[in-house]
Design a binder for this molecule. Structure first.
Ligand SMILES: C[S@@+](CC[C@H](N)C(=O)[O-])C[C@H]1O[C@@H](n2cnc3c(N)ncnc32)[C@H](O)[C@@H]1O
Length: 310
């Protein structure tokens, strides 16, 4: 299984340049996937740097365990949700933590996982097999209003028409396959401006819901941040605007020097001064070079942000 695992690691040099791995320090990779970043961090922190790595997906863990084998004694690998990182890694122990969000190419390209509308497969989309909710559960059982909100929140302009089409079809026969859903979407929504398949956003929205990606990121940001020692760097790679907004919000709160009473807008007279807890490495997100975009077109939406713990 693991030897067939392919994934082109994105923003590798850029990630190393913000993490600056050093000998003897500890690191956390919460989305080790095919271990591209993990291996690079271990090489750069040799001979005694240590890596805690996890992933929710058993295929990723199988691939990573093979690829990390040469670094025996310098890593610990676990299949788990990064939101639970606090149960795995000691608090304030790490010099760097990385979350490279979203799906791996292995997940997208394995038809039986059901992540891609380009391959016929079951409507699954689970990162973790212990998750009881599949994409079929969401499509077949969520109330129409909830489906519409999900599509709308994930940037799908045709959410209303798509939901109506899904709702009509599921009353006749439940959705079981990726193609069945992609065809239902295609019947009611024209191809996007740059030839973008109308199913792209629908599939992405379902994947986010199935894996509770928003909830996991919210908890994962806090968990990864608390693993860092002062001076440690939190590096996050996002692939869509919703994720990036969550990361920017978290970074903004950690890098400002005041709190606000719960539920209050940011009015200067309500600010409760406190020391800033973080400093952004740079304000603008780091994006792939032209060369990386040519080599790996799937990197096109990647954005890296980093926050140093004070
Ligand atoms: C883009 S890939 C990571 C690739 C990896 N950095 C590499 O270079 O090979 C994203 C990985 O994150 C994992 N993942 C997504 N959400 C997760 C979560 N909440 N907890 C743990 N792993 C998660 C996926 O299973 C997938 O393997």
């Amino acid at each position: 299984m693991s030897s067939g695992f392919t994934h082109h690691t994105v923003l590798l040099e850029e990630t190393l340049s913000v993490l600056q791995p050093r000998d003897g320090a500890r690191y956390f990779d919460g989305t080790c996937g095919g271990a591209g970043h993990s291996v690079a961090i271990l090489k750069a922190s040799g001979p005694t740097g240590f890596l805690y790595a996890c992933d929710a997906d058993p295929d990723a863990i199988a691939a990573a365990s093979e690829r990390l084998a040469p670094f025996e004694g310098r890593h610990e690998l676990r299949r788990m949700n990064f939101a639970e990182a606090g149960t795995f890694v000691p608090e304030a122990s790490c010099a760097g933590a990385l979350l490279d969000l979203g799906v791996s190419s292995h997940q997208l390209d394995t038809a039986s996982r059901g992540f891609s509308f380009q391959h016929e497969g079951p409507l699954d989309m689970r990162m973790s097999p212990s998750n009881p909710v599949t994409a079929a559960t969401v499509v077949n059982t969520w109330p129409a209003d909830d489906l519409m909100r999900l599509f709308w929140e994930n940037g799908e302009d045709n959410g209303r028409r798509i939901t109506r089409a899904i709702d009509q079809e599921r009353q006749v026969r439940p959705f079981e396959t990726t193609r069945q859903l992609a065809e239902a979407v295609a019947r009611v929504s024209p191809r996007g401006p740059r030839g973008k398949d109308p199913a792209t956003r629908v599939f992405q929205a379902l994947r986010i819901a199935v894996n509770d990606e928003q909830g996991a990121l919210e908890r994962g940001l806090r968990a990864a941040w608390s693993l860092l020692a002062p001076g440690g760097v939190l590096a996050i790679i996002t692939f869509h605007s919703g994720e990036d907004r969550q990361v920017k919000d978290f970074f903004r709160v950690e890098s400002r020097d005041y709190d606000l009473p719960p539920g209050e807008e940011d009015f200067p007279h309500l600010r409760l001064p406190r020391p800033a807890r973080g400093r952004m490495v740079q304000r603008k997100a780091i994006v792939p070079s032209e060369e990386e975009l040519r080599r790996n077109p799937r990197s096109r939406s990647a954005q890296l942000r980093a926050l140093v713990k004070l």
